[in-house]
Design a protein around this ligand. Structure first.
Ligand code: BGC
Length: 750
């Protein structure tokens, strides 16, 4: 039997009591009725409660919740309210009605450090790219709960997490904040992360809605994309993340989509999000992304960081509109209801955050588990795992003696006491201080030393290539640590490793055939030296215990199970856009002040919904490393595929660990062809933990939207009936099992 909450029970009884001849009408007492009506529990659902609360608000109070400030005193003109916590944002509440202020902090990887302005540290999860590489929603739920718990313990009730833009360009400076290039994979993982955050009693966002696929000129970027292409790719990632995670808020983006700014885009906010998907929460703007009061009519519910915009549009201008235009008046009520609904649903009214001590050791262990599952072994010519036999190991470069790299910008997290090192990356202007690479206090060198019992471990910082090569030549094994720093607001100029690190790796690999390269990058890089290396490990930005996680993988203490959530291209001409649009012509500074009056059109219909590996499949291009790729220290065998069709498509198969050590495999199922022709599309995945010799049966049922096409004239999904072929295996390019099934035609509402 479904268990009823107390308030639901009271309401149900009330409803029964209203039926003229019901027994309940005789049973329920007038006292119970009075209690039910006056108690805050009277309205059982968040919608009902929000509606009742909104009805009690004065016009002034209704203005309060719809705009907030960036809660950082460094922004000129900012007056910090006495109860504000330095962080991303503050929206005043309505104390008279028990509505608390919204206290907002970034972001998806933990409670952000805001350049030390709050002077308290937090636990850094690995980058979202690494989290994407885990392919493990349960783990991300745990990670979300951990960072949500820290946000709450610091007094915040909103965490601006849930970055779910698809990786359309490997150079996008925020790729480290996103899960990958596939909508199903990103949607499932983001949904899980959001569920975790909100389980801690904190509202989470998903962001940046939508098609914010490059940072270069993000304020003047106009993402041009057809309706079907968007629905089948970037929007589908949001749709799935929202269905699964039920985030309290959706953050719209800086860029325009098909001509209209995301935050005043009625097609995106009103039609797609609110009407088609029935989204009940609120849309908050990105900071400095609102350009007029009309955004309210298009579907924006809250102006964030309003002092960054030209005007506090949702202040006096909205008030004026509300006084003269019923459409605005109706919207203001709806805006308030939506915000209140999310506050109630996430429990921030009934159970407000209480400042509390944080168990950083325990939380770092969560970050470590995520890192363990998201580090990807890209190549291994037998050198890994390192065995106790090596007498000497040369560790080279990448600040491996200091810590592990993290990505910059609003999502930057640092530990208690501050980061291990802050390296200024150069730049001018008021935001130049943000251009600093932070290293977390988890040095790989110490972690390697702790495990390399009996071996001499030497460190060379890699500044001088010839010297590093000589150090490598004298050792049994050389481990080169290479870094690519990325930051919000800037794309990387190219996919080479900066500061001559490609030459360093080349020389070290030349000097020592047992060269292992450990990459800490935001996303894909080119590897001109690949063939000369013995092994390559992609560690992304591995978070608070990254150094330990890297060493654990190198020494086989952890069997790598990460799989690429993005395609690593072999060259620029394989990409839909070999050069970053606007790179050579526009002002690339953080705030892009020199771009006033300019517009940067980017045509995403080149690839359309064929993002990443789908583009490579369409073009017949062979990448450097395919989507879904990742090696293990054991072997897996796939067998016994059984497919069934009908209303959707279900694949059943077995995965066997045929090797000698325990390990985890990510079983992936792809659509290969259907009545529309050939394609490649992830339709499901499962991470399976197997002891040596063990087999498990995996069942994957495709979400029918993944077999369908978006039908613009009919405004819905159209699934053509016919034969569908799928492939199953351990990577998008390694599908040992294939089969076909007949699927019935159907249409699916948007
Ligand atoms: C970023 C958002 C972030 C916000 C608040 C913006 O610049 O795009 O992701 O949540 O700032 O710090």
């Amino acid at each position: 039997m479904k268990s009823l909450s107390r308030s639901q029970y009271i309401l149900d009884n009330m409803r029964n009591a209203m039926q003229p001849n019901s027994h309940a009408s005789r049973r329920i007492s007038a006292v119970a009725m009075a209690v039910a009506l006056s108690s805050p529990l009277a309205a059982a659902t968040p919608d009902e409660r929000a509606k009742a609360l909104e009805a009690r608000m004065t016009p002034e109070e209704q203005q309060a919740l719809v705009h907030g400030i960036m809660a950082l005193p460094i922004v000129p003109g900012t007056v910090m309210p006495p109860d504000a916590i330095p962080g991303a944002g503050y929206v005043p509440g309505v104390p008279r009605l028990g509505i608390p202020a919204l206290k907002e902090t970034d972001a998806s990887l933990g409670v952000s450090y805001v350049s030390g302005m709050r002077k308290d540290g937090a636990t850094a999860l690995p980058s979202a790219a690494l989290m994407g590489a885990t392919w493990n929603p349960d783990l991300l739920r745990e990670g979300g709960a951990m960072i949500g718990g820290e946000a709450r313990a610091k007094g915040f009730n909103v965490l601006l997490a849930g970055g779910v833009n698809l990786v359309r360009d490997p150079r996008n400076g925020r790729n480290f904040e996103y899960f990958g290039e596939d909508p199903l994979h990103s949607g499932i993982l983001a949904g899980a992360a959001v569920t975790g955050v909100q389980s801690a009693g904190v509202i989470s966002t998903v962001k940046h809605f939508a098609v914010n696929a490059q940072e270069t000129g993000r304020q003047i970027l106009n993402s041009k994309i057809g309706e079907a292409a968007a629905r089948e790719s970037d929007l589908l990632a949001f749709e799935i993340a929202i269905e699964r995670g039920q985030p309290g808020a959706v953050m719209c983006a800086y860029n325009r989509v098909n001509g209209d700014y995301s935050c005043e885009n009625a097609e995106l906010l009103d039609r797609t999000l609110k009407r088609d998907w029935g989204y009940p929460g609120f849309v908050m703007s990105d900071w400095g992304a609102v350009h007029g009061v009309e955004a309210a009519i298009a579907g924006l519910d809250q102006q964030s960081g309003a002092q960054l915009d030209k005007q506090v549009w949702f202040g006096a201008p909205l008030k004026q509109k509300v006084a003269s235009d019923p459409a605005y008046a109706a919207r203001l009520r709806d805006m308030n209801r939506r915000i209140l609904r999310s506050m109630i649903a996430a429990n921030v009214i009934d159970n407000p955050p209480v400042k509390a001590a944080i168990d950083f050791e325990k939380n770092a262990a969560v970050a470590r588990r995520v890192a363990d599952e998201g580090i990807v072994l890209l190549r291994n010519r037998g050198v890994l795992p390192l065995v106790a036999g090596a007498r000497s190991i040369a560790v080279i470069g990448g600040y491996a003696d200091t810590g592990v790299l993290s990505g910059g910008g609003s999502s930057q997290v640092a530990e208690e006491g501050g980061p291990a090192a802050v390296i200024p990356m150069g730049g001018e202007g008021p935001f130049a201080f943000l251009r600093s690479a932070y290293f977390h206090k988890s040095p790989p060198l110490a972690a390697i030393r702790a495990r390399a019992k009996g071996a001499a471990v030497t460190f060379n910082d890699g500044s001088y290539v010839a010297d590093a090569a000589r150090t490598a030549a004298r050792a049994d094994v050389a481990i080169v640590f290479a870094t690519q720093w990325m930051m919000e607001g800037y794309d990387v100029a190219d996919l080479g490793l900066p500061n001559g690190q490609d030459a360093l790796i080349e020389a070290v690999a030349q000097a020592n055939p047992n060269t292992i390269v450990v990459l800490q990058t935001g996303g894909p890089v080119l590897m001109p030296w690949l063939d000369k290396t013995a092994a390559v490990v992609e560690a992304w930005y591995p978070g608070a215990r990254g150094g330990d996680a890297i060493a654990a993988v190198l020494f086989g203490e952890v069997n790598p199970s990460g799989k690429l959530p993005v395609t690593f291209p072999a060259s620029y001409d394989q990409l839909p856009r070999p050069r970053i649009p606007g790179w050579d012509t526009i002002d690339k500074s953080f705030d892009g002040t020199g771009n006033e009056g300019k517009l940067l059109d980017v045509d995403y219909d080149i690839e359309g919904s064929d993002v990443g590996y789908r583009w490579f499949a369409r073009k017949g291009e062979k990448p450097l490393f395919p989507f879904g790729h990742g090696l293990s220290y054991t072997d897996f065998r796939f067998g016994d595929l059984k497919l069934s069709g009908g209303n959707s498509l279900t694949a059943r198969f077995t995965v066997t660990n045929s090797g000698k050590v325990a390990g985890k495999e990510v079983a992936q199922a792809y659509l290969l062809s259907g009545p529309q022709g050939t394609t490649r599309r992830l339709i499901g995945f499962a991470k399976v933990d197997l002891k040596p010799g063990e087999s498990k049966v995996v069942t994957i049922t495709a979400d029918p939207r993944l077999l369908a096409q978006w039908d613009k004239p009919r405004h819905g999904w159209r699934l053509n009936g016919g034969r569908y072929a799928i492939g199953v295996g351990g990577s998008s390019a390694d599908l040992p099992l294939t089969g076909e099934a007949v699927v019935a035609p159907r249409t699916i509402a948007p």
